[in-house]
Design a protein around this ligand. Sequence first.
Ligand SMILES: NC(=O)c1ccc[n+]([C@@H]2O[C@H](COP(=O)([O-])OP(=O)(O)OC[C@H]3O[C@@H](n4cnc5c(N)ncnc54)[C@H](OP(=O)(O)O)[C@@H]3O)[C@@H](O)[C@H]2O)c1
Length: 329
Amino acid sequence: MHQRKLGINGPLVSEVGLGCMGMSDFYGTKETRDRAESLRTIQMALEAGISLLNTGDFYGIGHNELLIAEALKTISAKPLISVKFGAMRNPSGGFIGYDARPSAVKNFAAYSLTRLGMEVIDIYQPSRVDPTIPIEETVGAISELIQEGKVRYLGLSEASPENIRRAHKVHPVTALEIEYSLATRLIEKEILSTARELGIGIVAYGVLSRGLLSGSINGSLQDEDFRSHSPRFMGKNLESNLERVNVLQELAKEKNCTPAQLAIAWVLHQGNDIVPLIGSTRTSSLKENLGSLSIKLSPDDLKRIGDSFPDGTFQGERYPAFQMQTVAK
Ligand SMILES: NC(=O)c1ccc[n+]([C@@H]2O[C@H](COP(=O)([O-])OP(=O)(O)OC[C@H]3O[C@@H](n4cnc5c(N)ncnc54)[C@H](OP(=O)(O)O)[C@@H]3O)[C@@H](O)[C@H]2O)c1
C-alpha cells in the first residue's frame, strides 16, 4: 500500500487508515456489534497494509481500545494508533460532558495506555475543543506527555482555524481529524488551507458520510444507531440525499466501481496530505472499500465529480443540534 506523510513533522502512514469506532459504538452498541467480525476486519486491514488505526477512549467506553489490543495480539504488524479523548460517558452510555483540563488529559492517557497495553500512544488528540479551557492548556498537557515519552504526536479533531493556530503555537500539530467527503466539504473553505500553511496533515473521517454515500442506507435505522437522530438521515432530508446518491451511483457506473469506492477515491485524490479513514466494521465492506485505492481519477473526472456535489448539496446537518455546537463550522 502507498504511504502518505502525516504533517511535515509526522510519520509515514498507509494512504488510508481504519476507523474502528463503528465496531463498538454509534452504529450500535458494544453489546450488539459483532466482535468476531470486528477482529477479522482489523486483521484484514493490517494484512492489506493499513498502518493507522483510529479510535477514541469513549468509543464503547474503552471497549474499542480493548478490541484493538486484542486484535494486535494475533498479528505481528505494529500499526500506529490514534486515540481521541475528552468525551465523558455514564455507565448507561449517555454522554455527560467534556473534559480536557490538563489533569483530565493525563488521566485519560493513563487509562488508554493501560487498555491498549502500550507504552506510548502514537497520535493523541482531544476529540473536541473544550470551550471551558484555553486550548493552550489542553495541548500543553499533551506536549508534556510527549516530553515524557507517553505520546508521540499531537493531533486535533474538529478544531476551527483559530484553535488550530493557537494549538500549533504551543506544540506542532501533526494531524487534524475532521469530517470530509463529497457530502461534507466544509474544510475546503478555510480549514484545509490553514492546515496546509502550517504543515498539518488531514485525517479525513466520514468519507462515506456515515455510510450514506455507499447507497446502502434505506431509512430503517435502529434507535441505537446515532444516524437515526442525525438530521442528514431524517425525513425529507434523507429523501433528498438519497436522490443525490443516485447521481453518485451513475458516476460510479461510468468508472466501473461502486459509489463507496468512488467517494473514497475522490477524497484520496484531494491531496497527498489527506489520509482518509475507512469506517468499515465488516470484512466485506473493507474489501470493497480497499478497491478505491486502484481507482485513477483524471482532473476532468475530479472536476465533474466535485461539481456534481457542491457544498450544501446534501440536506441536514451532519450532527444533531447539540453536537453541532462542538464541531468546526
Ligand atoms: N474525529 C471525530 O470527531 C470522528 C467522528 C466520527 C468518526 N471518526 C473516526 O472516523 C472513522 C470513520 O468514520 P465513520 O465510520 O463514522 O464514517 P464513514 O466511514 O463515512 O461510514 C462508516 C459507515 O459506513 C458503512 N460502510 C462502510 N463501507 C461501506 C460499504 N462499502 N458499503 C456499505 N456500507 C459501508 C460502515 O459499516 P459497515 O462496515 O458495517 O458496512 C459504517 O456504518 C470512525 O471509525 C472513527 O474512527 C472520527
